[in-house]
Design a protein around this ligand. Structure first.
Ligand code: ACO
Length: 333
């Protein structure tokens, strides 16, 4: 069975409520229809109910009756959610008036529903910029206990099955944190290892990447990766983590034998941790475009409840996949 089929099957075993705040958006509505037909998650659509019904008819969708529709303007829980937001953010200057306005905005409402326990996860971004999806999630849902930073991982399905875990690798951070400290990088490594376990279904072998392997170069940015490796090993003694490693030493055994002899993961890493967002974001796109890999993500990790962001160029099938991923992450919570 393929990766996505596995995710769907797992999701169906313990169905979760996934909220889609962009209920007005065609690909989102079509994806919702498909998920409801397949029955692996419950769907909550946010938007003007009349508008949704009109579009359902226009696009000939047959399964949306099984979704719960939350109309932001007519939502009976509007005051409750506004109060929740006010309480969460009053120390940051939130007023009840502002909270009441925000509780009517689709992206805030989705996160408030999750915080209130009325939904288990969210998928959005087909029509919104990354920052607009992430900001309410960071403000309302916040990080998981023991985490201080949310990051974005990509599951990479490579053409060459000799690399990673039979051709599957997890890359991070490719989406969120422009600049990280060593402790944050360590945390991202451990969170990515957990993502590999939950979504990839394999035991992570984590390489902390740099332009240096085991002291071959000296620079403060290398020192950061060395320090992050030390902290990551302390944070997760049950995970195989090593660094600092160059990308070739991380994934090619013959190179690893020369550059990092004795390393338990060099040459066979299946999780790659990049030293900055610039590197991670560029690397995943190059592997995708030049290497012909399928990239699924970004999958947000380190957040207290799953919220996942879509690319604005996403297809209906990308959204369906992301709903399956989010449902599986919600089971772990
Ligand atoms: N993890 C957890 N919380 C965070 C994080 C994080 N990584 N970043 C910010 N926060 C929290 C802050 O602590 C703050 O909380 P508070 O208000 O309770 O104190 C809140 O989020 C807002 O923080 P700001 O610093 O004001 O956040 P800002 O809105 O400026 O930026 C954002 C956050 C939008 C995620 C920013 O980091 C960003 O733009 N990142 C890059 C995203 C991007 O463009 N990625 C590339 C495209 S994606 C792709 O190609 C797949």
């Amino acid at each position: 069975m393929g990766f996505v089929e596995n995710l769907k099957q797992k999701a169906a075993q313990n169905k979760k409520r996934i909220v889609l705040p962009e209920g007005y958006e065609e690909r989102t509505l079509r994806a919702a229809d498909q998920v409801l037909a397949e029955g692996f998650a419950d769907i909550i659509l946010i938007d003007d109910e009349e508008n949704i019904r009109k579009n359902v008819e226009k696009w000939g969708l047959k399964n949306i009756d099984k979704a719960t529709i939350v109309d932001p303007k007519k939502n009976p829980k509007k005051a409750e959610y506004a109060n929740l937001l006010f309480e969460l953010r009053k120390n940051k200057g939130m007023t009840i008036e502002k909270a009441t306005q925000l509780a009517e905005q689709n992206l805030y409402l989705g996160c408030l529903m999750i915080k209130a326990g009325d939904a288990d996860g969210e998928v959005s971004g087909a029509d919104s910029a990354t920052g607009d999806v992430l900001r309410p999630a960071f403000q309302i849902i916040k990080t998981k206990l023991g985490n201080s930073v949310v990051s974005g991982a990509f599951l990479m399905f490579l053409q060459n099955k000799e690399y990673g875990e039979n051709g599957v690798m997890v890359f991070a951070d490719c989406a969120v944190n422009p600049v990280v400290t060593a402790p944050q990088l360590a945390e991202i490594a451990v969170a990515t290892g957990k993502t590999a376990r939950v979504l990839g279904g394999f035991e992570p072998r984590i390489a902390m990447l740099s332009f240096s392997s085991k002291g071959s170069a000296k620079n403060e940015v290398v020192d950061k990766v060395v320090e992050a490796t030390r902290i990551a090993k302390e944070l997760a003694p049950d995970m195989q983590i090593d660094g600092e490693l160059q990308a070739d030493a991380a994934i090619v055994e013959a190179v690893a034998a020369k550059k990092a002899p004795g390393s338990n993961i060099a040459g066979k890493a299946n999780v790659l941790i990049f030293p900055s967002l610039e590197v991670g974001n560029i690397a995943y796109k190059l592997v995708q475009r030049l290497g012909g890999a399928e990239a699924i993500g970004p999958v947000l990790q380190g957040i207290a409840r799953p919220v996942n962001d879509l690319s604005r160029g996403c297809s209906v099938s990308d959204i369906v996949k992301m709903i399956a991923i989010t449902a599986d992450q919600a089971q772990e919570n």
